[in-house]
Structures are given as C-alpha cells and as structure tokens.
Design a protein around this ligand. Sequence first.
Ligand code: MN
Length: 131
Amino acid sequence: MGNILIVEDDSMNMELARDVLESSGYQVCGVDSAAEALQVLKEALPDLILMDIQLPGLDGLELTRTLKQDSRKKDIIVVAMTAHAMKGDRERILEAGCSGYIAKPIDTRELCREVARHLPPPERPDNLSQD
Ligand code: MN
C-alpha cells in the first residue's frame, strides 16, 4: 500500500506534488500524459492516481472514465487536480469516477489531506511526531 501515480503535464506541479507525497512516505511514479499513464498501468496498478484534468490529448476526466470501465483498474482511487473549480465542475469530476479533487494552484496541506483521506500514508517511525 502507498503507491501513487501522478498524471500531470506541468513539470513544476509534478515536482511539488511528488516532493510532498514522497515526504509523507508514499511511493510515487509520475507521467505527463494519459497515454503514458495507460502504459504504466499495464505493468503495475497504483493504489491511487493524482490526476490532472487539463492534459494534452486524452484529458484527465476521459482517462478516469476509461479506467472506471476496466474491471482491472476500476478500483484505483482517483483524486483530480483542476485549475477550473467552477460551478458544476465538482459534479462533473465526481460523475467521471473521481473520489475527490483539489484546486490548483496546489496547496500542499490540502493535497496531503485529500490524498490521506482516501489512502492513509504508510506508517513510518518519523511520522509519529506529526499531526
Ligand atoms: Mn495540465
């Protein structure tokens, strides 16, 4: 437990999300497109996908819908990231099969809280002193 795949085409957001999740003890793999994500998922299934919605080509919601139709992949938890948290987006995101979402720009505390809500961080001795 504790494997996360980040699908994000913005390298700075990728770096930020990867750093904060690795610091929390998760094993992180990162890709920058839906096509690459599908390649990675052929090899191994993560516990959770942190999914950017705005991706070139197949977008994050389309990819989520594709995963939810696949019996092997449908149980992977998907948490969306979106810069356009407008009215109706929440419904659209949840309808596609995402379990939750965070707004961009990324707030690292919010990211950790939302991810931990679905996938508790792996236990590590140095986590004991944290909230
Ligand atoms: Mn993007």
